[in-house]
Design a protein around this ligand. Structure first.
Ligand SMILES: Cc1cc2nc3c(=O)[nH]c(=O)nc-3n(C[C@H](O)[C@H](O)[C@H](O)COP(=O)(O)OP(=O)(O)OC[C@H]3O[C@@H](n4cnc5c(N)ncnc54)[C@H](O)[C@@H]3O)c2cc1C
Ligand SMILES: NC(=O)c1ccc[n+]([C@@H]2O[C@H](COP(=O)([O-])OP(=O)(O)OC[C@H]3O[C@@H](n4cnc5c(N)ncnc54)[C@H](O)[C@@H]3O)[C@@H](O)[C@H]2O)c1
Length: 473
């Protein structure tokens, strides 16, 4: 068996693994990434990029239709084939040569195949040809293997060839009828996308729509899905699924209803890609999420083992995973070179923003942009809070932005420290507004000082002033 040695070995070349490797190479170490599918991972080919491409054209069309003058210029409907073609290009036609070239230019070695840890600091890579190469790491092994769609234990689901988010994101055509099991982020975004593309969509949202967001966000998205013709069944639970000989899928609910569809998408969360990566060889449980400390070192895994991105379950988002990648890359370099490790709160080598300052944008209609804690999460965390709500449609900038602009804003204030701990905006085009709130939360900017951060007139950002006025000085 061929053996090769590097300073750092990263298993998984998704957005997180690529960034870990880049960071350690920039720090002067050598690095190899191991990838069994496409360099770029879930995000590039089956998640963030293709799904946002599926949503964007419909969003632009909606925006034009909300404006007299522009509305009259829109003469047709969404061209589904053109949307799918644009999506194909954003998924790089499911080819990774562009990302492989980037790895080469960054000085990162690539080993294609399934990576498995065989002992401390040793990873064996089995390629498609069955040939195994042994890689040894002088300093660290980083698990960045990501996650896969969870298939719940509903009888008949597997046999019915249910779609996961992968099949939805890479769909070759638009099903006439699409049923979706789940009400979270994937379900809400894909219901929005496929309804706009022409599917007749039914959502079985057992636990509600966007249940982890502020309640008003889920309510606004539910209303708009229903206006778009989607059947949103709150509280409905699928208990059996069957595809008949004609290809029709029949879903039975706990309440005894039957729903027919041409495809069924299951979107009920994720499971870690740790089943077959050799965890049993080092005393860890295969198939489990990998718990890590703030420097991303795996609990019980030895000082050489780290895990970053989805696989450690801290936050299942690309931008947070890449933030972890920068921290873990830098801390590996620091430990390898004997430099000081800055692992205090907000230190260079920790991912503490994961705790309380995570931004997320859900690209539904309306968009839901949030950062930090919801009112309920802040209360559960024991904070003494005050919640301030404001009608986003009443801001001058919003009325200009679109006729009939509908939206809502909520600010959660920690009353003991007089700082914002959470902010949620739901409304058309709010995605680009959320970073101001992230800065306010991470910077722990006191409300008294925020009064001096004056939003420009007439923008939607004036909601900041309105929220402060509603809070009072
Ligand atoms: C439908 C959908 C839409 C999403 N949209 C967004 C969004 O808009 N914004 C956002 O921030 N996040 C979004 N996410 C989440 C985002 O996709 C993930 O957080 C992100 O991909 C995690 O990156 P990662 O590198 O940790 O894992 P992954 O992207 O899953 O990459 C892991 C890589 O490791 C490889 N691998 C696994 N095991 C092995 C092994 N043993 N050997 C070799 N290679 C291996 C895999 O093939 C894969 O390439 C979305 C997720 C889904 C499902
Ligand atoms: N725009 C974005 O940022 C974006 C978009 C898509 C996905 N993502 C990421 O991908 C991850 C996965 O998304 P997801 O939507 O699969 O998970 P999710 O955790 O957002 O939602 C899953 C939903 O399914 C429900 N559920 C669980 N088991 C169920 C069952 N047996 N039957 C019916 N409902 C059930 C849960 O209550 C939950 O509401 C998310 O954590 C998210 O971070 C992000």
């Amino acid at each position: 068996m061929t053996t090769m040695e590097y300073d750092v070995i990263v298993i998984g070349a998704g957005p997180v693994g690529e960034n870990v490797a880049d960071r350690v190479v920039r720090g002067g170490l050598t690095a190899a990434v191991v990838e069994r599918e496409l360099v770029g991972g879930e995000c590039s080919y089956w998640a963030c990029m293709p799904t946002k491409a599926l949503l964007r054209s419909a969003s632009a069309l909606r925006a034009a239709r909300q404006l007299p003058g522009a509305r009259e210029a829109v003469t047709g409907n969404l061209d589904a084939a053109a949307v799918l073609a644009r999506r194909d290009s954003f998924a790089s036609h499911w080819e990774d040569d562009g990302q492989v070239s980037w790895l080469e230019s960054a000085g990162i070695a690539l080993h294609r195949g399934q990576g498995r840890i065989s002992s401390a600091r040793v990873v064996e890579v089995t390629g498609a040809d069955g040939v195994t190469t042994r890689l040894t790491a002088r300093h660290a092994v980083v698990v960045a293997t990501g996650s896969s769609a969870l298939l719940p234990d509903i009888p008949g689901l597997r046999e019915a060839a249910a779609w996961s988010s992968r099949e939805a994101a890479s769909a070759r055509s638009v099903p006439r009828r699409l049923a979706i099991i789940g009400g979270g982020v994937v379900a809400a975004e894909m219901a929005t996308a496929f309804a706009a593309l022409g599917s007749s969509v039914t959502v079985l949202a057992r636990d509600g729509v966007l249940p982890s967001a502020e309640p008003f966000a889920g309510e606004l998205v539910t209303d708009s899905l229903r206006e778009a013709g989607v059947s949103v069944r709150l509280g409905a639970e699928a208990v059996a699924v069957r595809r008949d000989d004609s290809g029709t899928v029949r879903i039975e609910t706990a309440a005894g209803d039957g729903i027919e569809a041409d495809e069924v998408l299951v979107a009920v969360g994720r499971t870690p890609n740790t089943q077959d990566i050799g965890l049993d060889r080092i005393g860890l449980a295969p198939g489990a999420w990998l718990a890590v400390d703030d420097t991303l070192r795996v609990a019980g895994g030895g000082e050489w083992l780290y895990a970053a991105g989805d696989v450690n379950r801290r936050v299942l988002l690309t931008h947070q995973g890449k933030y972890q990648a920068r921290a873990v890359g830098d801390v590996i370099v620091a430990r390898a070179t004997g430099a000081t490790v800055e692992d205090g709160r907000w230190g260079r080598h920790v991912a503490t923003a994961d705790e309380r300052a995570v931004p997320q944008v859900v690209f539904t209609d309306p968009e839901v942009a949030s950062v930090g804690l919801t009112a309920a999460a802040a209360e559960a965390a024991g904070l003494r809070t005050r919640v301030v709500d404001y009608d986003l449609g009443a801001v001058a900038g919003s009325t200009l932005h679109a006729d009939g602009y509908r939206g809502h804003a909520r600010m959660v204030v920690d009353e003991d420290r007089k700082v914002i701990v959470g902010l949620t905006l739901a409304g058309p085009d709010v995605a680009e507004l959320i970073h101001a709130a992230t800065i306010a939360i991470v910077g722990e900017v006191p409300l008294d000082r925020l009064w001096h951060a004056v939003p420009a007139y007439p923008t939607v950002s004036e909601v900041w002033l309105r929220l402060l006025e509603a809070y009072g000085r």
